[in-house]
Design a protein around this ligand. Structure first.
Ligand code: HEM
Length: 470
């Protein structure tokens, strides 16, 4: 199933190396790096400053970050070591990469790091687990965990699978369409009933639209609440979402039988109505784009590797039940998804901020410093993976290759590790299973998806795809 020779060497080159073929790559390649030290410690300190690149004034290396994602951060690590820094759009960010540095931040015994997401993306995660810190984080996580029991997750999956069939039957056959928007729309369609307990048509669509407005604002450069701006619209959407969900909690709780996430969460003892609303809202934000990104990456690699697609389809057709037990039997899809999100990690960096002066691997990190934990870099390091650029799902069966516990962490690691990992994997595999049962697709050998990393990774060209009925 593996390509050989030149083809194998060229495979996914753009994911592990900064490109050189396009005129924009040539331009970015010539941009000045302007190396400089950050956080120079006091003269009597044994600690080292952080080496890194300032890049262009204000923009810094921001365009490199968006265009190359983890490949840029891998190159930064090669140039400066596991603790380095770069500037992007006026912000100086420390990058930690490699298993030791990542572990030093995510499992920091000194409790020197807090969630850095609010500082980077804005208030859109507020009230959700990822914006919280100890001890409130731990207390809320324990309570929210009840909504992720195996029984509850099986219920959410049941609702999603019912919707999947109906929606996928309407996808166009024989004509080219953009898979990026189709996959995002599908994720929204199957999210509303399973996560919020409302049908998609009508209020469900409005809820998802408002959530997407908040997600889009995560990358806004102009962060002012002036009418007409993305930031302003996202604030209005969030206010409406919280009000809608807050008012709905007592109604949903009184129903007592709802199987969807919002209903189950509303019945968890110890959470106030407002907490239920905020956690439900963050859950939709946390699950929508991540599962879309994982689905897109898997569809892309299945289309580039027809033998894997055939093997996965044969397994899907052979498994009759479509519940969690059935999805758990799709061993090939499990390998494919794991390998796809190794190569294209939906969340390749995790944001943290130093809450006091501290150090990582002997480098001084001052209080207030933003730190980007580059888990996506670890997933591409030749020190941790053999031929990391190659799509080779069987590597997860062979063992050893991914042996280091911090080599494969698309769901994060430590206190904030994804609480929805099981549900996320089930949702992605169930979506692919439903797709494989109906359609086949492929991408030309010469086609390499132009992944971009503005927010979560997605092909810049919309991933044009033609489906054929099987
Ligand atoms: C393939 C799909 C998914 C991926 C790749 C993913 C990835 C992640 C990552 C990397 C984190 C940790 C972020 C950090 O430490 O800064 C995280 C946290 C989280 N995820 Fe996911 N996620 C996925 C699906 C889901 C789903 C389906 C849900 C809920 C239904 C969910 C809910 C959450 C929540 C609530 C947190 C915060 C946990 C905490 O702070 O304690 N995720 N996810």
């Amino acid at each position: 199933m593996a390509p050989h020779g030149e083809k194998a060497r060229a495979e996914n080159r753009g994911l592990v190396e900064m490109g050189s073929d396009h005129w924009l790559d040539a331009l970015l390649g010539r941009a000045p790096r302007r190396p400089a030290a950050l956080a120079v410690p006091r003269a009597d300190s044994a600690l080292k400053p952080i080496p890194g690149d300032r890049g262009l004034p204000f923009i810094g290396m921001g365009l490199h970050t968006v265009r190359y994602g983890p490949a840029f951060l891998l190159a930064l690590m090669r140039r400066h070591g596991p603790v380095s820094w770069w500037q992007a759009f006026g912000r100086k960010v420390v990058a930690v990469a490699g298993p030791e540095a990542v572990q030093a931040v995510l499992a920091n015994r000194d409790k020197a790091f807090a969630s850095g997401w609010p500082a980077v993306i804005g208030p859109w995660f507020d009230g959700g687990l990822l914006a919280m810190n100890a001890p409130e984080h731990l207390a809320d996580r324990r309570l929210v965990q009840a909504a992720y029991s195996e029984e509850a997750v099986r219920g959410y999956l049941r609702l999603m699978v019912e919707d999947l069939d109906e929606r996928l039957d309407r996808w166009p056959v024989g004509s080219r369409f953009g898979l990026v928007s189709a996959a995002r729309e599908l994720s929204g369609q199957i999210t509303t009933r399973a996560f919020l307990g409302v049908p998609h048509e009508g209020v469900g669509q409005r809820l998802v639209g408002a959530v997407e407005e908040c997600i889009r604002a995560e990358t806004a450069l102009a962060r002012v609440r002036l009418p007409g701006t993305l930031w302003h619209r996202a604030h209005r959407s969030r206010t409406w979402l919280i009000r809608y969900l807050h008012q709905a909690v007592p109604v949903v709780r009184a129903r007592t039988t709802g199987e969807d996430f919002f209903s189950v969460l509303s019945r968890v003892e110890g959470l106030s109505d407002r907490q239920v609303a905020l956690h439900a809202l963050f859950t939709v934000i946390a699950s929508h784009d991540t599962t879309t990104a994982a689905t897109l990456a898997s569809v892309y690699f299945l289309g580039k590797h027809p033998a894997w697609q055939e093997r996965a389809r044969a397994e899907s057709v052979g498994v009759v039940s479509r519940d969690a037990a059935g999805v758990d039997r799709l061993a090939t899809l499990d390998l494919v998804v794991r390998e796809s999100i190794r190569l294209v990690s939906p969340s390749p960096i995790l944001m943290r901020v130093a809450v006091k002066d501290t150090e990582v691997l002997g480098h001084h990190i001052p209080a207030g410093q933003l730190v980007s934990v580059c888990t996506g870099v670890n997933q591409l390091m030749p020190e941790l993976w053999s031929q990391p650029h190659r799509f080779d799902p069987e590597r997860f069966d062979r063992g050893g290759d991914s042996g280091h516990r911090l080599a494969w962490t698309p769901f994060g690691w430590g206190a904030h590790k994804c609480i929805g990992m099981r549900l996320g994997m089930l949702k992605v595999k169930a979506t692919l299973d439903a797709l494989l049962r109906r359609y086949e697709w492929s991408y030309p050998e010469s086609y390499e998806a132009p992944w971009r990393f503005t927010s979560l990774p997605a092909p810049n060209d919309g991933l044009p795809t033609v489906l054929r009925r099987v």
